[in-house]
Design a binder for this molecule. Structure first.
Ligand code: FEO
Ligand code: CA
Ligand code: CA
Length: 626
């Protein structure tokens, strides 16, 4: 979701003394490596190097040598990691997807599909919608982060956990506003998570009957764990037990086989039904407003009415990382409060020094922060003692210095500055953003996905854009920054330390004018060979639809593997263990308007376009991205 909404960070954190000077010196270093692209060749600026991919567009011959061009630039060697035929800019837009000629795709689980692949469900008839009761047991809308949990070797069978981030009323309800509680329930049931069992049968992936398939939505029972569990700020006078997850954006996966769904723009589902609500400072900081995103839930469901004193703390129950067991449909989803409350994009987990689990997390709003969580000790020993590694540990927020270093600032009540502000760790965590403001975290250009590369041990963070930045700083060097960029973080001490080094990996604007052009990086995944998959969410240059690109991290070579349909977003990414099958999503195709696209139904059918998973394979059965 390209949520380029208001600015709620008024902390004024600007930790750089000489930001313009820093920006210019850093940009000069980068600019040295810039070279002109040869016709039809992708040029990318990566780190301090620019590279030209000497492709076969004009000669039919792959270049076979590496040479230095200008200062620090090289021509990428052919036979590298990214060898597929790129989707040309000229072919990258339309009402149906386009894929590299070396690849093929199939559509899986459009919104409204049954969970077990049986007939029925909602097929996109513009004159009807599912009932709320039906939607409870159908695939939701707003396909986003997901992961495939293997069954057997996992290469043709697994449990797919997939987020349903959002679906506007015109798409889900077929009208701009709900007019009944039934409408609100339909909307609520279309959100959340699906867990389904999928299998490759006759060369096609499809859902199958499963004891562990389930829908988790806004009215599903959930529980809290960690330092804020049981805190009065998570209780309501109404006494209602915790329910639901919403605006499930990106994901995480734990070494012990569970799925993490991350609650992003939760504030947009609340509103003021009576015109009597006055925001607290904290509510203001989290962006709550009288109408939210216009879902209108507050008018029929008191939980989402900010003015209803019986539900005064309901808003605190969202904005968390939620753990789901994809192999046990009876498990109650757990909100892991130790990981903080903010507009969680995702939770990229790796295992660091001492077997600790480390989660990298973005708070996607203009001028919000990058966080990491480090478990107290070895995850295996914690679990052996019956303790979740996600319940005990340290939560940090990032402060970037202009010299390419940075610090992880711990958000702990043991810090006197924070104990002067909050009475206990639970209160601090409910108000994570406020604590991070106090410590002087660095405001970023909308942190989206993070991915840790097992190839080089670096952490990549997508900063999608920031139309309202007026003051550049070293890690956010463009003001404004309409195209976004990607940071590369070298997190010292095997991810568990309190200092780091960083660099700009790529400024999206530097791809303009090249065949590898993209803007608004959002979803990312680094494969173990050294490829970085980049998904975009925002108006793309040169008429392109949103896209999936693959970058060779070492050489900077970029190729375009897939483009979506008009007005969609490409997001979500998972692979089979053998990496011969890649799954991505098209979210909000045509913004739900059947006059724009009918995907995945045939064009001209008049069907409502439906968010779908796209299953991608190389025609020769090779590693995806190669
Ligand atoms: Fe849900 Fe920031 O994307
Ligand atoms: Ca986005
Ligand atoms: Ca996103």
């Amino acid at each position: 979701m390209d949520c380029d909404n208001g600015i709620s960070n008024k902390s004024g954190n600007r930790p750089f003394q000489d930001v313009l000077k820093a920006r210019l010196s850093r940009r000069n270093v980068l600019a040295k490596g810039m070279i002109l692209s040869a016709a039809g060749f992708a040029t990318a600026l990566v780190g301090n190097k620019a590279l030209v991919q000497a492709a076969s567009a004009t000669t039919g011959q792959e270049a076979s040598t590496t040479s230095t061009v200008g200062s620090g630039a090289t021509i990428a060697q052919a036979g590298g990691l990214v060898n597929f035929e790129s989707v040309a800019i000229a072919n990258g837009s339309g009402p149906v997807p386009t894929i590299s000629e070396d690849y093929e795709y199939q559509v899986l689980i459009p919104w409204g599909s049954t969970l077990d692949g049986s007939a029925g469900g909602y097929g996109g008839d513009p004159n009807t919608r599912p009932t709320a009761e039906e939607q409870k047991n159908l695939i939701g809308i707003g396909h986003d982060g997901m992961w495939l949990f293997p069954i057997g070797d996992g290469n043709d069978h697994g449990m797919l956990a997939i987020n349903h981030e959002f679906g506007v009323n015109t798409h889900v309800l077929g009208k701009p506003d709900p007019t009944s509680l039934e409408d609100v329930r339909l909307s609520q049931h279309a959100h959340g998570v699906s867990v389904i069992e999928i299998k490759k049968i006759g060369g096609k992936w499809q859902p199958v009957k499963s004891n562990n398939a389930r829908r988790i939505h806004v009215n599903t029972d959930v529980t809290f764990s960690g330092p804020a569990a049981g805190h009065p700020l998570l209780d309501n006078p109404a006494g209602n037990s915790p329910q639901g997850t919403v605006n499930n954006c990106a994901y995480g996966k734990t070494p012990w086989g569970t799925y993490l769904t991350c609650e992003e723009n939760f504030h947009g589902y609340f509103g003021d039904a009576t015109g009597t609500w006055t925001p607290t400072d904290a509510q203001d900081r989290y962006g709550f407003s009288t109408d939210g995103f216009g879902y209108g839930w507050q008018n029929f469901d008191p939980r989402f009415d900010l003015s209803n004193s019986d539900y005064v703390n309901e808003n605190h129950r969202f904005g968390w990382v939620v753990e789901i067991d994809p192999m046990d449909a009876t498990q109650t989803p757990v909100k892991r409060t130790a990981m903080g409350r903010f507009k969680h994009e995702g939770a990229e987990i790796t295992v660091g020094r001492g077997g600790r689990v480390v989660a990298y997390m973005g708070d996607d709003e203009r001028f919000d922060y990058i966080y990491k969580f480090v478990s107290e000790s070895n995850w295996r020993s914690m679990r052996a003692r019956g303790i979740s590694p996600l319940d005990r540990g340290k939560l940090y927020v990032a402060k970037f210095n202009d010299d390419g270093t940075g610090e992880w600032l711990e958000l702990t009540i043991d810090n006197p500055i924070l104990s002067a502000q909050f009475s206990n760790q639970g209160e601090l965590l409910v108000n994570t953003r406020l604590a991070a403001d106090t410590l002087g975290a660095t405001p970023m250009d909308r942190p989206e996905w993070a991915t840790v590369s097992d190839f080089n041990g670096k952490v990549y963070f997508a900063l999608t854009n920031n139309s309202q930045r007026t003051m550049p700083d070293a890690p956010n060097p463009l003001a404004p920054n309409p195209d976004g960029h990607i940071l590369e973080i070298d997190d010292n001490a095997r991810f568990t330390g309190t200092t780091f080094k960083w660099d700009i990996f790529i400024l999206a604007q530097d791809t303009r004018g090249t065949e590898g052009v993209f803007t608004d990086p959002d979803g990312m995944w680094a494969d173990p060979d050294g490829r970085l998959f980049i998904e975009t969410d925002g108006g793309q240059p040169d008429g392109l639809n949103n896209q999936l690109l693959v970058v060779d991290i070492s050489t900077g070579e970029i190729r375009r593997l897939f483009t979506g349909v008009f007005e969609d977003e490409i997001t979500g990414l998972t692979v089979t263990p053998d990496r011969r099958t890649l799954f991505i999503n098209t979210q909000h195709p045509g913004d739900g308007d059947p006059t724009v696209t009918n995907f995945p139904a045939n064009q001209g059918s008049g069907k409502v376009p439906r968010d779908s998973t796209i299953v991608i394979r190389r025609k020769d059965g090779g590693i995806v991205g190669s």
